[in-house]
Design a binder for this molecule. Structure first.
Ligand code: CMC
Length: 428
């Protein structure tokens, strides 16, 4: 039994129930606050607001801990695959071999797109941002699956939507790239792994099969595992919020793509490369760049640094950093941007501004270098994040519905004009 909390205002004291999570996080339940006191809480950016209870992912930002369904990200990164981790996130337990086989077969079977979707891809300009294509096409899937536009979140119909989205997001991503480079769409190859098939659909040519290098395939799979869920971040909260109106899963995840696109969220992985290239090609001294990032009169930020939740280190960044060297070696690539990134990290980690604000490299700091080495174009980086995050978004959407969540509808403190009289235009 937890102790209750009290809020005192204007001479009145109100008792509020608390709840303690399985890792001893304490939440003060304010669901009755307005009804009982007329007051609301004010928390722009939701830094102190728990929007839900969740069994899916646990983060301790002070200690740099990330766990999916109780399993540490370090162990999953080392021993699991993206498909197995996706099953875990969606179902709450590691799959038996037969469960995994069924799950993978279901996803593999759904990799194709309706032929008429080719004309949708053809309709986008060659320089269309792939995140815009991805969001549009996820919504477009709804046009081809009208019988599945429900809020069922258990059973065969739901499993089918899950397979469709997790599989087709990869095909849509690869084909949006091919649209941009003017190449014919490459059909999926069901014999390949999830990540291998993605590489094939991205890079195989009709006359020349892409040779999948095991280190590269493993790195893509690892990238997807590390991005598979991250509790109530901006895009996941968006998916939950859209779904809370009982919107279907296709449109909910399409909205998640929009939220992820921004440079403060998933778009940071592309922004990091832009920053490193800017430093490299313009010969900017690292100390000057760091000074600009510290200057409050300057919009420059050290992209790939800082996190709302992680205040010691981002465990995903630590894991990725270790793999970047391995992949570069397997591909025999010497990337000057990696050297700049490593130096920049050291400069920032020894700078009082970053130390005092607990700003450390986040997952996006090294992921761009990894993706760039593999040949993924910069404007596809955030799309890669979206592919990986799909199990997390779907699992959160499902959990929200299984909890019969009320429609999300925050309140505000109004600070505008009081009632005033309308003046006819001739008198203004
Ligand atoms: N460069 C310079 N200063 C920074 C940075 C940065 N990257 N990040 C935070 N700060 C400063 C910020 O200006 C503020 O300073 P002060 O206290 O003097 O006003 C202080 O640190 C606290 O930052 P905040 O903006 O209040 O933190 P937040 O929790 O609102 O924002 C963040 C978190 C990730 C949006 C922010 O750190 C940022 O913009 N980082 C760069 C973009 C980035 O790498 N985003 C990827 C996040 S990880 C992937 C994902 O899960 O989305």
């Amino acid at each position: 039994m937890s102790e209750n909390a009290f809020i005192e205002y204007d001479g009145k004291r109100q008792e509020l129930e608390t709840m303690i999570g399985s890792e001893n996080e304490v939440g003060v339940d304010i669901t009755q606050l307005r009804a009982k006191t007329g007051m609301i809480t004010l928390d722009p950016g939701y830094g102190n607001t728990g929007s839900c209870t969740s069994d899916i992912t646990y983060i301790d930002g002070d200690k740099g801990i990330l766990r999916y369904r109780g399993y540490s990200i370090e162990e999953l990164a080392q021993k699991s695959t993206f498909m197995e981790s996706a099953f875990l996130i969606l179902n709450g337990h590691l799959p038996s071999q037969s469960e995994l086989d069924v799950f993978e077969r279901g996803i593999s079977a759904e990799a194709g797109l309706h032929h008429s979707m080719n004309s949708h891809f053809d309709g986008f300009p060659a320089d269309a941002p792939p995140m815009a294509i991805l969001s549009s096409m996820l919504n477009t899937l709804a046009c081809y699956n009208t019988e599945l536009l429900t809020t069922e979140h258990e059973g065969e119909a739901f499993d089918l939507v899950v397979s469709k989205i997790i599989s087709k997001v990869r095909t849509i991503a690869a084909w949006s790239y091919r649209t941009s480079v003017g190449q014919a769409y490459m059909p999926p190859n069901p014999k390949l792994s999830y990540s291998g098939n993605f590489l094939h659909m991205m890079f195989s040519k009709p006359f020349e099969e892409y040779k999948i290098i095991p280190e590269v395939e493993a790195a893509i799979d690892l990238f997807f595992i590390l991005h598979a869920d991250h509790e109530q971040n901006c895009s996941t909260s968006t998916v939950r919020m859209v779904g809370s109106s009982r919107a279907n899963l296709f449109s909910s995840v399409a909205a998640g793509v929009g939220a992820l696109w921004g440079p403060l969220h998933g778009g940071a992985n592309a922004a990091v490369i832009d920053m490193l290239e800017d430093i490299h090609s313009n010969g900017i001294a690292l100390s000057d760049y760091v000074d600009a990032a510290k200057d409050k009169n300057n919009d420059t930020k050290l992209m790939g640094f800082g996190h709302r939740v992680y205040k010691s280190f981002d465990p995903r960044a630590k894991i990725l950093k270790g793999h970047v060297d391995r992949v570069l070696e397997a591909l025999d690539i010497d990337d000057p941007l990696l050297d700049i990134a490593k130096e920049l990290e050291q400069v920032a980690l020894n700078d009082e501004y970053f130390v005092s604000r607990n700003l450390y490299p986040n997952v996006d700091f090294y992921s761009g270098i990894l993706l760039r080495a593999i040949g993924i174009p910069v404007n596809m980086f955030t799309v890669m994040f979206a592919i990986g995050r799909m199990p997390g978004w779907i699992s959160n959407w499902r959990e929200m519905l299984s909890q019969n969540q009320r429609i999300c509808r925050p309140r505000q403190v109004y600070t505008g004009e009081n009632l005033r009289s309308y003046t006819p235009v001739s008198e203004r």
